[in-house]
Design a protein around this ligand. Structure first.
Ligand code: NAP
Length: 431
C-alpha cells in the first residue's frame, strides 16, 4: 500500500495535465489508467483546435503530453482503479490487482465511452464491421462502402478520416441539421463520395458473419443499403461515478457535477475533462479544468494540515469537509478583517502574518486587547453566541487566513464534544 498526496484516475489530456502540475509542484502524486496514457485523443486522427498546434495527430499530442508530465517526474501506473471510498480524511483506492492505496485528494479524469445505437445487429457485429473508432479501424476498410452515424463533431471528424479509405460514405443523421462545427460540415459534405441521408435512422445492421447491409429508415421509407462498415458516433457516456462508494453528485446523464474549482460534493475529490458536466468537451477545456482541479487540490491538502492542527479532536471526515469548504483570503497590512459591531458570519484561521485585535472602551477609545499569529483563529465568539462582533481585527502585516462559513463552523462544533469545549474555552477568554 502506498500513500499519496494526490491520485489522478484517468490518463487522457485532463489527467496528464493534472499530473504535470502535480509533478512540478513536487507533490507525491500518481496517475492510474487501466489502458495506458493518452485517453480518447488516441482515437482521434487530426486535432486542429489545440492552440499552438495547427494540425497534430491525436497520438502525437497524447505522446507529447505524457512525455512532458513524466519528464517532470509524474509517476504513472498502468492499472485500473475499481473502487474509491473515504476513511476519515483519506481516500482509499482499491486496485484491479487487489492492492489498496490511499491519497489525500483524488482527481477524477476518466472520460467516458461511446453510446451505442441499440439496434439489432449492432452488438453482434461489433468488431466485424461495426466500429466506434475510425482511427482504430478505418484502414481495414480500403475501397469499402461505409456509413457514419451521427450529426456531431465526432461523426464529421471521423467521417473525414474514413474518406481516405472508403469508396462511398453515407452520413446518417436523425435530423436534417447537424450540430458539428461548420468547418467540418463544409469539408465532409463537399467530398464526392459522401452521401448524406437525413432525416434517417438505422433500424438494423446485418450480414453473414460480417456486416453486409443496414436497414435505414430514410424520411419514412425503409431501405436496405449494402455497406461493409458502420461507424457509430451518437454521443458519449461519462464514466467515473460508479467508482465511488459514497454518492457523488452528477447530472441526469451521469456527468459529475463540480463547482468552479472542480470540487465535487465529496471533500478532496475533484473532476475534470469529459467526465465532468460542462458546456464544451474539448481538449482545451479539459486541460484548463484539470489545472484548476490540481491547484485547488494542492491548496486543499495544505488546508487539511491546518485544519487537523486547529481541531485535533474533530472526527477526520469532518476536518476533511471543513478543509474542502475553506476559502483563502489575503489582506494587506492595516486592512480591517473584522469590524466591531458587524454581524458574525465566519471563522478565520491565520496561516501567515499577524493581526491586532482592538476593542472600544467605555471612554470611546480603541484599545489593543490581543495579538494573534499563524495557527491562531478568531471570529468564534460571535458565531458561538450569535451576537455581533465584539472587537475589531486588523492586519498588522500582510495576512493570509483560511475562512470557514457559519454552517461549516456549526458542523465542526457539533462533530465532537472536545472540539466544542475547546472553542468555547477560547471564546470565554475573549468575551
Ligand atoms: P454529440 O455532439 O452529442 O453528437 C451526437 C450526435 O448523435 C448528435 O447529432 C445526435 O443527434 C446523434 N444521436 C444521439 N443519439 C442518437 C441516437 N440514439 N440515434 C441516432 N443519432 C443519435 O457527440 P459527439 O459528436 O461525440 O461530440 C461530443 C463532444 O465532443 C461535443 O462537445 C463535441 O464538440 C466534442 N468533440 C469535439 C471535437 C473537435 O474537433 N473539437 C471532435 C469530437 C468531439 P441530435 O443532433 O439530433 O441530438
Amino acid at each position: 500500500m502506498a500513500e499519496f498526496d494526490v491520485a489522478i484516475i484517468g490518463g487522457g489530456p485532463a489527467g496528464l495535465t493534472a499530473g504535470l502540475y502535480a509533478a512540478r509542484a513536487n507533490m507525491n502524486a500518481v496517475l492510474f489508467d487501466a489502458k495506458g496514457v493518452g485517453g480518447e485523443i488516441l482515437n482521434t486522427d487530426l486535432i486542429e483546435d489545440y492552440p499552438g498546434f495547427a494540425s497534430i495527430t491525436g497520438r502525437e499530442l497524447a505522446e507529447k503530453m505524457a512525455e512532458h508530465a513524466t519528464k517532470f517526474g509524474l509517476k504513472v501506473e498502468i492499472q485500473g482503479v475499481t473502487k474509491v471510498s473515504s476513511d476519515g480524511d483519506r481516500k482509499i483506492l482499491e486496485m484491479a490487482d487487489g492492492t489498496t492505496h490511499t491519497a489525500a485528494a483524488v482527481i477524477l479524469t476518466v472520460g467516458g465511452e461511446p453510446i451505442k445505437l441499440g439496434v439489432p445487429g449492432e452488438e453482434e457485429f461489433n468488431g466485424k464491421g461495426v466500429s466506434y473508432c475510425a482511427v482504430c479501424d478505418g484502414a481495414f476498410f480500403k475501397g469499402a462502402d461505409l456509413a457514419v452515424v451521427g450529426g456531431g463533431d465526432s461523426a464529421f471528424q471521423e467521417g473525414l478520416f474514413l474518406t481516405r479509405f472508403g469508396k462511398k460514405l453515407y452520413v446518417i443523421h436523425r435530423r436534417s441539421t447537424y450540430r458539428a462545427q461548420a468547418i467540418l460540415q463544409e469539408r465532409l459534405l463537399s467530398i464526392d463520395m459522401v452521401e448524406p441521408l437525413t432525416p434517417a435512422t438505422i433500424k438494423e445492421i446485418g450480414g453473414e458473419n460480417i456486416v453486409q447491409w443496414m436497414d435505414v429508415d430514410h424520411d419514412g421509407v425503409i431501405k436496405r443499403i449494402p455497406v461493409d462498415g458502420v461507424f457509430i458516433f451518437v454521443g458519449f457516456k461519462p464514466l467515473g461515478r460508479e467508482l465511488f462508494e459514497e454518492h457523488i453528485d452528477h447530472d441526469k446523464d451521469g456527468y459529475i457535477l463540480t463547482d468552479s474549482n472542480m470540487r465535487t460534493n465529496i471533500p478532496g475529490v475533484y473532476a475534470a475533462g469529459d467526465c465532468r458536466a460542462q458546456l464544451a468537451r474539448q481538449i482545451t477545456t479539459a486541460v484548463g479544468d484539470a489545472t484548476t482541479a490540481l491547484l485547488h487540490a494542492e491548496r486543499y491538502i495544505e488546508e487539511l494540515k491546518h485544519a487537523r492542527k486547529m481541531f485535533p479532536n474533530a472526527p477526520r471526515e469532518v476536518v476533511a469537509m471543513s478543509a474542502s469548504r475553506m476559502d483563502t483570503l489575503r489582506f494587506a497590512a492595516d486592512a480591517t478583517i473584522i469590524a466591531e459591531g458587524a454581524a458574525a458570519d465566519r471563522l478565520y484561521v491565520i496561516t501567515q502574518g499577524r493581526v491586532v485585535v482592538t476593542r472600544t472602551g467605555a471612554d470611546g477609545a480603541e484599545a489593543e486587547i490581543n495579538r494573534l499569529g499563524p495557527g491562531d483563529y478568531f471570529g468564534e465568539v460571535g458565531l458561538l453566541t450569535g451576537a455581533s462582533r465584539n472587537a475589531t481585527v486588523k492586519a498588522a502585516t500582510p495576512v493570509e487566513v483560511l475562512v470557514l462559513n457559519k454552517d461549516t463552523f456549526a458542523t465542526l462544533v457539533q462533530s465532537s464534544q472536545a472540539t466544542a469545549n475547546e472553542l468555547r474555552m477560547v471564546a470565554e477568554t475573549r468575551r
